[in-house]
Write a protein that binds this ligand. Structure first.
Ligand code: WQD
Length: 338
């Protein structure tokens, strides 16, 4: 079965391609290489022995999207990762985010709703919850006003899909709301490749430890949490990738209860920034140079998933630990800089 993965050379996309190939799917990747490298294809092949079909395509070019789907009418499912995803950048450049994240979703759905098999997995984010009133966060928690244009593109994206599913009963969709994806494939053949100064915690930790960055700034030590630092649900990217295969198989096997389902993907455990640092120091044997500074604008105090719906209904749960993730992130950083 042929599966289209947009953004398939990106961090989560590439790990999902590996898991799809491990399950015997034939994969076609679309990527515009704006935030990824063509070399990721070699990393995927090194792991699975199979090189996915790759087409460099800008999904903002509507006619190119139409032509692609004309050529690939036998697609059995689509996993849509392609989007810009830097919170801070989206604040400074909202129109780039709305054009890319929303415009391309519309073009994709216009073509997918013409296919024989309309199985669509959407990459969403726990950012849609903002600072949830209740923790852990269930899928029924209210979606709150987005803290950034990036977060808003995920909220609006979900609404576009909901409205489209209402009038296209052949379109079957699952939106996956990721918590904080971290780590790398245990082979260190693929991993996170942030361009420029990393915005996210874990790549900043490993780049500090390897000597690329002087010191990690911990954004805030005065939050109402046990150790004063923010709490997040850090999920190993390999566990996250496997969830996409399970979700796709759910749709292909027509096991879905409705034609639009939403699942939180997390470990169910919250970890503070200092706990992540401690995990890194334990698994790497390195002493991390960090200091606690002022809070970062827009950060929520705590967010971690209530996982029973994903565990019991989707039939997926995380198997890897924070230490596994930090060890794989460190192994990857050392490999990339070697
Ligand atoms: C985690 C914690 C920071 C960097 C965002 C998006 C989310 C997803 C993941 C795309 C926070 C602290 C961070 C640093 C720090 N992105 N931190 N020093 O903000 O929870 O989530 O990225 O899909 O949608 O919202 O992740 O890794 O930036 O921050 O102290 O140099 O680490 O304050 O508490 P975040 P993050």
């Amino acid at each position: 079965m042929k599966i289209l993965v947009t953004g398939g050379l990106g961090f989560i996309g590439s790990h999902t391609v590996v898991e799809l190939q491990n399950e015997g799917f034939q994969v076609v990747i679309i990527d515009d290489l704006s935030n990824s490298s063509i070399n990721v294809l070699d990393g995927i092949e090194a792991i699975t022995g199979k090189k996915p079909v790759f087409e460099k395509l800008d999904l903002k070019e509507k006619q190119d999207v139409i032509n692609f789907f004309e050529k690939h009418k036998d697609i059995a499912g689509v996993i849509h990762f392609a989007a810009n995803k830097a919170v801070g950048e989206s604040v400074n450049n909202p129109l780039m985010y709305y054009e890319n994240n929303i415009g391309t979703l519309v073009y994709m759905l216009q073509q997918i709703t013409k296919l024989e098999h309309q199985n669509f997995i959407f990459s969403s984010s726990c950012t849609v919850y903002g600072q949830a009133e209740e923790l852990p966060i269930t899928e029924n928690a209210p979606v709150q006003a987005a803290e950034s244009p990036y977060g808003n593109t995920k909220q609006v994206g979900e609404e576009i899909i909901r409205d489209t599913c209402k009038v296209n009963e052949k379109l079957n969709t699952i939106a996956l709301r990721y918590f904080n994806p971290i780590g790398a494939h245990p082979t260190a053949e693929i991993g996170e490749l942030p361009i420029g100064v990393p915005q996210n915690l874990v790549p900043y930790i490993t780049q500090t430890a390897i000597g690329l960055r002087e010191q990690l700034s911990v954004f805030g030590g005065d939050y109402p949490t046990p150790d004063g630092t923010c709490i997040r649900d850090y999920i190993h990217v390999v566990d996250l990738a496997k969830a996409h295969v399970v979700a796709l198989q759910r749709l292909i096997g027509k096991k879905n209860a409705s034609n639009y389902e939403i699942f939180n993907l997390g470990t169910g455990t919250g970890s503070s920034v200092l706990e992540v640092i401690n995990s890194f120091e334990k698994v790497s044997g390195e002493k991390l140079n960090y200091k606690i500074v002022d809070r970062r604008e827009g950060d929520v105090t705590a967010a971690y998933a209530e996982t029973s719906y994903a565990n019991d209904v989707l039939g997926w749960k995380t198997e890897l630990t924070l230490d596994d993730a930090m060890a794989s992130a460190w192994k990857w950083e050392q490999k990339v800089r070697s």
